[in-house]
Design a protein around this ligand. Structure first.
Ligand SMILES: Nc1ncnc2c1ncn2[C@@H]1O[C@H](COP(=O)(O)OP(=O)(O)OP(=O)(O)O)[C@@H](O)[C@H]1O
Length: 461
């Protein structure tokens, strides 16, 4: 079956590379919103290991396709097949379709019918990861924390849904170490390792885009779906993005499906381009084929030679996009649901505070995320140790610094001694450059301002 046409390829007709070995096939996809047909009877294949671009004018239906593939929308009609392992696996696809099951996997192979699966299964079982048009990082968490939270699922599984975690089982410790290793790897690959301890909302726009990709890659996807990854990037950042996507494909064999308006990016890196207009496919082929297609030129690339670009207007648009984005980051600065805290080596804790003080001291807790390098995840772990105030951190002994460093298992670039120095200033009621930015709302934090953590709870020892 040919996903482009929905028909069997005529005898003798050579299948395109992406038709022979598709990681994803979208077949006869239709999505209606009331009377509006956002996507109509759309079929295409995404080749394994390819960079595939979905392009088209505004409102063509690209994001709707992404939302159907990643389970945010249930399609009105159609089938979306994700495959692990080589080839079309037509027999398995038929068996799964006829059986009414959602997927079948065996050995290294698997067939997943995404239109039947909830979004969390699409990411964890079918291994499809995505980024969004408007960045959706946890702005108040550090870069490293954002990448650890993305791997929440394997950690929960390794902890036997928390019981093992509380007991500090080796499987949990190992999974935690692997999660950190993976996070550090992707921070290095995306040139963000020096910002590991900084809140995500404190990064420049282009760096946040890279962090989103790093976060998606931490889940070990087979297919990475990127919604306008180059939006708002300057030419240097766009070139870096191209290199990163090529690296992801070449070194990890991850297939990439992207929506992109930046034709420089699309034409340079895409192996395969699908063009939509009004929810319908108007072209499908290599960059050279699509560029030469009169339908595409008419619908999309056809810019009148006489037409002049109004630079001030473009800059105004960019400003709007950036402002909208900043609002989004601040809006999404909530900390996701807390995980159980593990204190595996509690008996050897050299600190003066009792381990596992669940409640803050009567005098109130400080907002420890005003210390640069302590994000909300670390703050919770410190609270679970009974550390609630700047004064406590300011008085850490060298031994305690070492112990806490290993407890947090946090390969931060900001030395613990630097935390202690900041804590000393804050404990005296002073400010640091960073705390001023937190207090001024310029950096998202676990909570607003300088005051005590109301209703804050630590984990169990
Ligand atoms: N949840 C929804 N409810 C109603 N209409 C929707 C919904 N989502 C999308 N649409 C409509 O479907 C059509 C396709 O929208 P979509 O966002 O998929 O286009 P797009 O190609 O991604 O556009 P852009 O490039 O501007 O992001 C548009 O007319 C849009 O208004």
């Amino acid at each position: 079956m040919n996903a482009m046409t929905g028909k069997k390829a005529p005898a003798g007709a050579a299948l395109r590379r992406w038709e022979q070995d598709p990681v994803l096939s979208v077949e006869h996809l239709t999505m209606r919103f009331g009377g509006l047909v956002a996507v109509g009877d759309l079929s295409f294949d995404v080749g394994r290991g390819d960079i595939t671009a979905l392009i088209g004018p505004n409102g063509a239906g690209k994001t709707t396709v992404f939302n159907c593939v990643t389970g945010f929308y249930k399609p009105t009609e159609g089938r979306i097949i994700m495959r692990h392992g080589p080839g079309r696996q037509d027999d398995t696809v038929k068996t799964v379709t006829d059986s009414g099951l959602r997927f079948h996997k065996e050995g290294g192979q698997g067939v997943y019918l995404l239109e039947r699966m909830p979004d969390h299964e699409i990411s964890h079982k079918a291994k499809v990861a995505r980024t969004f048009q408007n960045i959706r990082l946890f702005g108040g968490m550090t870069c490293l924390e954002n990448l650890l939270v993305a791997q929440h699922n394997p950690l929960v599984v390794a902890s036997g849904f928390s019981i093992g975690g509380i007991l500090g089982l080796p499987s949990y410790k190992k999974a935690e170490e692997e999660a950190i290793e993976r996070a550090v790897y992707w921070l290095e690959r995306t040139h963000l390792i020096d910002r590991a301890d900084d809140p995500a909302s404190d990064l420049p726009y282009g760096a946040q885009r890279r962090l989103e990709i790093a976060r998606a890659m931490c889940t070990g996807p087979e297919l990475l779906c990127l919604d306008e990854p180059a939006a708002g990037l300057n030419p240097r950042e766009s070139a870096e993005l191209n290199d990163l996507l090529r690296y992801i494909r070449e070194e990890h064999g991850t297939s990439v499906l992207l929506i992109e308006h930046d034709m420089g990016v699309v034409m340079e890196i895409s192996d395969h381009i699908i063009v939509l207009d009004y929810g319908v496919k108007i072209s499908d082929g290599t960059a050279d084929e699509v560029k030469a297609d009169p339908k595409v030129i008419a619908a999309y690339l056809g810019v009148d030679d006489e037409e002049e670009i109004d630079i001030p207007e473009v800059l105004e648009d960019v400003k709007e996009v950036v402002e909208e984005h900043e609002e989004q980051v601040h809006a999404s600065s909530d900390v996701p649901e807390a995980q159980e805290i593990v204190i595996a080596d509690a008996a050897n804790y050299p600190g003066r505070q009792p381990v596992g003080s669940i409640e803050p001291p009567a005098s109130g807790a400080n907002n420890l995320t005003r210390i640069r390098g302590i994000g909300p995840q670390n703050e919770r772990k410190l609270n679970a140790l009974g550390i609630w105030t700047f004064g406590q951190i300011a008085s850490w002994s060298a031994e305690e610094i070492r112990w806490v460093g290993s407890y947090l298992a946090f390969p931060g670039r900001i030395e613990r001694e630097e935390w202690v120095a900041q804590a000393k200033v804050l404990a005296e009621g002073g400010d640091t450059e960073f705390s001023k930015r937190v207090d001024g709302g310029k950096v998202s934090s676990s909570r607003a301002g300088r005051g005590p953590a109301k209703g804050s709870k630590g984990g169990k020892a």
